[in-house]
Design a protein around this ligand. Structure first.
Ligand SMILES: [Zn+2]
Length: 238
């Protein structure tokens, strides 16, 4: 049994999920939140609802009250994906929109007593937009139950997040920094995700994430599968 902690399953066409994978279906905008609820309810899958930073920039955030109400009425397993993305933000106005929406999502998670699934990316270039979205997230969310989806930060940031009670989500993609992160984070704080169809094409790619973690930690793939499943169930409460 494996759990894909983050997939936009409703956006994958002509795909039937394997019986040994449970997907956590993730919304990120008003329209995708609706699709996530419909699919997850019809199949009995866990799901998360949220307004992501890209939506905060692109959509008309004067509707934030309605979007928030929809999430509250549909009782997700977590609020997500939400966060800050300073790679996408082009201006300080974009940054302020993201912060406003994010603050609202944090308040909602407090009100509903739900954990947060976080999207965050740093700004790779020198411009007027702040650089470090991940540090800002760590500071803002101290003491809250969070899962860092498709984590792209450093080993030090990962250690800090886990010290604060957070979880790190791992895709099948390899990199030097990810290897260090996986090596330094306890297995009981790691979960698997495909972020399909955007990162992995389908949830099947979490099988490669299992192999990757097992190889780095020098343990059996079965242990990685069992532990990450346990972790995801604990985090999403199902
Ligand atoms: Zn995603």
């Amino acid at each position: 049994m494996l759990i894909d902690a983050h997939t936009h399953l409703f956006e994958i066409k002509k795909y039937e999920i394997s019986s040994d994978i449970t997907p956590v279906v993730a919304g990120y905008s008003p329209s995708s939140n609706k699709k996530a609820v419909e699919l997850a309810r019809s199949k009995g899958y866990p799901f998360t609802l949220g307004i992501a930073p890209q939506t905060a920039i692109k959509d008309d955030i004067s509707k934030l009250d309605d979007w928030t109400k929809f999430i509250e009425n549909n009782e997700p397993n977590a609020i997500g994906e939400v966060g800050l993305d300073y790679k996408w933000a082009q201006t300080m106005e974009d940054v302020e929109k993201q912060r406003k929406v994010f603050k609202r999502m944090i308040e909602l998670s407090d009100k509903m007593k739900l954990p947060l699934v976080i999207h965050s990316r740093n700004n790779p270039v020198e411009n007027k937009v702040p650089k470090n979205a991940i540090d800002e997230i760590i500071q803002t969310l101290k003491g809250k139950k969070i899962l860092m989806h498709f984590f792209s930060g450093t080993e030090e940031q990962a250690v800090e997040i886990v010290k604060n009670g957070g979880y790190i989500s791992v895709t099948h993609l390899h990199s030097k920094e990810r290897r260090k992160v996986i090596n330094n984070i306890r297995l009981d704080r790691l979960v698997l995700e495909s972020d399909s169809p955007y990162v992995g094409k389908t949830p099947e790619t979490i099988r490669d994430a299992v192999t990757y973690i097992a190889e780095i930690k020098g343990i059996d793939a079965e242990e990685v599968a069992a532990k990450t499943t346990e972790n995801a169930k604990r985090f999403f409460r199902f």
